[in-house]
Design a protein around this ligand. Structure first.
Ligand code: SRM
Ligand code: SF4
Length: 577
């Protein structure tokens, strides 16, 4: 834990969110009453905490808010609805149903998230019930997609038909199901409207979570060292599977990853998960349950900015974590295995699945599936998915994989997608293909700057500077977020741009492409228009001084902050940074 961490507060009064959860009668609040009330278009403040556990965020259109305020009009209240889709897997029928709902109940877009699920945006209150009801009819759900619970469980996306990939997908699904809240409130409110219980039942309703659920969101991902597409170490629990050929030997379980921080609050910080234990395949859920229960009982419930598992790990230390996890599990575990170097596989384009069929990875800028001008991405995907029925996998890089495609259909699939103006990865430079951006404005209430809407101009500007140094084909991850919460994992890639104040970003460099090292802040405020120019001297030095196949992030770490900052200041004496 950094030295700057403040001493623990004395009077640890539970935060208001804790009181709301406690009195919510197992996540009921007054949601049903507000849904039935035609005179209001939004929920009361306390219910917005409850709503998150149902996969819903109350938002407003930030583009129109100021003008409406001047006219003394209320904000345009709307909702974001997020699904829980373990490992990002769904059937073509489920996809088509979601596509239809995006049209009829949301803003005609589907958005692939950085945790392999879909979000609907722009849902008005009157459409919430029909939308979520129909999501459930497809056998998908939104429960616990947000809120203080175990969220969507991620897994390496490739739908390859071998023991390794099938195990990862299956285990992600098992973990997701195991940690789904048991309250009947969700079903009662969104699915059949029938009261299953009074809501006053004993704590046995939630044997893992108890009456107040977890102190904070809790994230789990599973990967192999061969493919860390999920950025496994940024999760509260990062599970690394060890295979010997086709045989699963067990898992190294890492704890305490998380990226959220607040500018100028050094006691909040990003952290990568630390290896804690090794467990045989059958013991994985037991180990995860012990860690979740530890966080339930030891996580900070008075200060939500200090409430993630990473702060427990730093406060108590790994030996205490191991001992306490073993006490919760009632058994000992082995020491974690030494982790081999991580790699990240490129899932874009055509890949054999190992069963005679193929999967096709399509890049989706910021994960936004939308028809825009000549590029009719949503229509093209809908047509191809309806005609060829591929299985769907959403990736942690906000992209989509169309799986189970027969050899004979490959040409036609490609032709139909191209007929809709859809871009294939081969047409993109690596920077564009790998760039991530969070939604930010106009939907995210926490955004300080744009992200998704400025992704392309930023990528194009940076790309031009790379090309000027002969680096246009360099594999570099660029991640843009509208605030320091880190939703597009900006501290885990080569270059992170983190919203600081309107039109200004903190610049992070020095993480690695494989997700094993955090980046450091090079500059606190860089104007959006200055980003390419500020990166230019770094690219120039990288082209001239890189060692062997060193990646850009590795190079930046070797150079160090002072040297890099000096290069930029010398090159741009008049630019304010
Ligand atoms: Fe996130 C809050 C979007 C992945 C850290 N995140 C939000 C909210 C809900 C804003 C809010 O609280 O009002 C954003 C909704 C914006 C919108 O309009 O849709 C939001 N987060 C997203 C998504 C959609 C970004 C994307 O580009 O896809 C991702 C949805 C993931 C999912 O499907 O579950 C998303 N968020 C992440 C990640 C990356 C990850 O998990 O791999 C992180 C960093 C890892 C971590 O959790 O530390 C992340 N989001 C946060 C935080 C900071 C948490 C913290 O510990 O401080 C917040 C704010 C909060 O929780 O208070 C946040
Ligand atoms: Fe919103 Fe910040 Fe997350 Fe972007 S990083 S979606 S601005 S909370």
């Amino acid at each position: 834990m950094p030295d700057s961490a403040p001493p623990p507060k004395k009077a640890a009064k539970p935060s208001h969110a804790e009181e709301v959860k406690q009195s919510s009668r197992w996540l009921r609040g007054t949601l049903a009453e507000t849904l039935a009330d035609p005179t209001t278009i939004k929920f009361v403040e306390d219910d917005t905490t409850v709503l998150k556990h149902h996969g819903i965020y109350q938002q407003y259109d930030r583009d129109t808010a100021t003008a409406r305020k001047k006219q003394k009009l209320d904000k345009e209240w709307q909702f974001m609805v997020r699904l829980r889709v373990a490992g990002g897997r769904m059937t073509p029928e489920q996809y088509l149903a979601l596509d239809e709902l995006a049209e009829t109940r949301a803003n005609a877009t589907l958005r692939v998230t950085t945790r392999q699920t879909f979000q609907f945006h722009g849902v008005v209150k009157g459409d919430l019930h029909p939308l979520i009801h129909d999501v459930n009819r497809t056998l998908l759900t939104t429960i616990a997609a947000c809120g203080d619970v175990v969220r969507n469980v991620m897994a390496t996306p490739a739908p390859v038909k071998d023991a390794e990939h099938e195990t990862l997908a299956r285990v992600a699904d098992e973990i997701s199901r195991y940690f789904t809240p048991r309250t009947s409130a969700y079903h009662e409110i969104w699915v059949d409207g029938e009261k299953v219980g009074s809501g006053d039942e004993e704590p046995a309703v939630e044997p893992i979570y108890g009456t107040v659920y977890l102190p904070r969101k809790f994230k789990i991902a599973i990967a192999t060292p061969d493919d860390n597409s999920v950025d496994v170490l940024t999760n509260d629990i990062g599970i690394i599977a060890h295979f010997d050929g086709e045989t699963l030997e067990g898992y190294t379980v890492c704890v305490g990853g998380g990226l959220g921080m607040t500018h100028n609050k050094p006691h909040t910080y990003p952290r990568l998960a630390s290896p804690l234990l090794f467990v045989e395949p059958e013991g994985l859920i037991q180990a995860c349950e012990a860690i979740v229960k530890l966080q339930r009982d030891h996580g900070n419930r008075s200060d939500r900015k200090q409430a993630r598992l990473k702060y427990v790990v730093d406060k108590q230390g790994l030996p205490w974590m191991r001992e306490t996890v073993e006490a919760y599990a009632g058994r000992a575990f082995e020491n974690p295995r030494t982790l081999p170097p991580f790699r990240i596989k490129d899932h874009m384009g055509w890949h054999p699945q190992g069963d005679g069929r193929w999967y096709l990875g399509l890049p989706i800028a910021s994960g936004r599936i939308v028809d825009q001008g000549e590029t009719r991405l949503r229509s093209g995907l809908r047509q191809v998915i309806a005609d060829y029925r591929p299985a769907i996998v959403l990736t942690p890089a906000q992209d989509i994989l169309l799986a189970d495609i027969a050899e004979a259909d490959r040409e036609a699939v490609e032709r139909d997608l191209r007929a809709h103006g859809i871009t294939f990865a081969e047409a993109l430079k690596p920077l564009d293909q790998w760039a991530l951006a969070c939604p930010a404005l106009p939907t995210c209430g926490l955004a300080l700057t744009e992200a998704e809407r400025v992704r392309q101009p930023i990528v194009d500007g940076v790309q031009a500077r790379l090309a000027a140094h002969g680096l246009e084909n360099e594999i570099i991850s660029l991640r843009i977020t509208g605030c320091p919460n880190g939703c597009a994992r900006p501290y885990a890639g080569d270059i992170g741009l983190v919203g600081r104040m309107p039109d200004n970003y903190a610049l992070y460099v020095g993480g690695d492409f494989e997700g094993t090292r955090l980046s450091f802040q090079l500059f606190d405020k860089v104007g959006q228009d200055d980003i390419p120019a500020v990166l230019d001297p770094l690219f120039s030095a990288f082209a001239a001084e890189r060692q062997g196949a060193e990646g850009f992030g590795d190079f930046c770490t070797r150079m160090g902050k002072e040297r890099l900052a000096g290069l930029v200041r010398d090159a741009l004496p008049t630019v304010s940074i």
